[in-house]
Design a protein around this ligand. Structure first.
Ligand code: PGA
Length: 253
């Protein structure tokens, strides 16, 4: 299997149902005209997951995913959503370990590892976010940080799941800040991640798609996506505008 190009939208906690309807209606029209080879994943908010999954059920280009899940299958976990619930809504992907989950909601690598296993065991696709904060980058410790996140989150999983895994490298200092990693920084880290996941999961892991995320927009996407080890992007702010997101997808030919 060769590496897939993926462009994913992370809506975060944005868009009510009517706003989400407007965005997806426009996106559908835009994407129908595109020749891009990229697979598109929309990580919608949880409220819109079921609607989006049924709207895009027949789409060959667009899949829908959840931004988070809980690792237990059911029970007294008020406010949480299980992997099986997400699956029953028709979603195909789940995002794990986004830095906002880590920083604002106290998710540890160990919790993320449990989520990763729960998603993969359910048969869904799993996108794992990793990335260092600014203090870490300033100390030139980014490789150690990312290696640790990968080892804890993926170290315990079965290699048979490789085809359903994607990684998003998102330096925390680039998320929502307007500052992107340079293409050199992105390429260096993506190559490092590719080597690491092969150490953890074996040679076949070289085909896992590794996306870049952090202030990616229509002006910088092409340069970032042209790096040898960058297989697409995870897009936050710019994914809330159908035309901007479409341009980013179009930068993968
Ligand atoms: P951003 O967010 O594109 O707004 O920086 C990316 C993300 O958090 O996934």
């Amino acid at each position: 299997m060769s590496r897939k190009k993926i462009v994913a939208a992370n809506w975060k906690m944005n868009l009510n149902i009517s706003e989400a309807n407007q965005l997806t209606t426009k996106l559908k029209k835009n994407i129908a005209k595109l020749k891009s080879k990229a697979e598109i994943v929309l990580f919608t908010n949880a409220i819109y997951l079921s609607k989006a999954s049924s709207d895009f059920k027949k789409s060959t280009k667009i899949n829908v995913g959840a931004q988070n899940c809980y690792f237990e299958s059911s029970g007294a976990f008020t406010g949480e959503i299980s992997v099986e619930m997400i699956k029953s809504a028709g979603a195909k992907w789940i995002l794990c370990g986004h830095s906002e989950r880590r920083i604002l909601f106290g998710e540890t690598d160990e919790m993320i590892a449990k989520k990763v296993s729960a998603v993969l065991e359910s048969g869904l696709n799993m996108m794992l976010c990793v990335g260092e904060d600014l203090a870490c980058r300033k100390k030139n410790q980014q490789n150690n940080k990312v290696a640790e996140q990968l080892e804890i989150s993926l170290g315990g999983i079965d290699k048979k799941y490789i085809d359903r895994i994607a990684i998003a490298y998102e330096p925390v200092w680039a998320i929502g800040t307007g500052v992107t990693a340079s293409s050199t920084q992105a390429q260096e880290m993506h190559a490092f991640i590719r080597k690491n996941i092969q150490n953890i999961l074996g040679n076949k892991a070289k085909d896992i798609s590794i996306l870049y995320g952090g202030s990616c927009n229509p002006s910088n996407a092409k340069e970032l996506f042209s790096c040898k080890d960058v297989d697409g992007g995870l897009i936050g702010g710019a994914s809330l505008d159908a035309d901007s997101f479409t341009k980013i997808v179009a930068s993968i030919s």
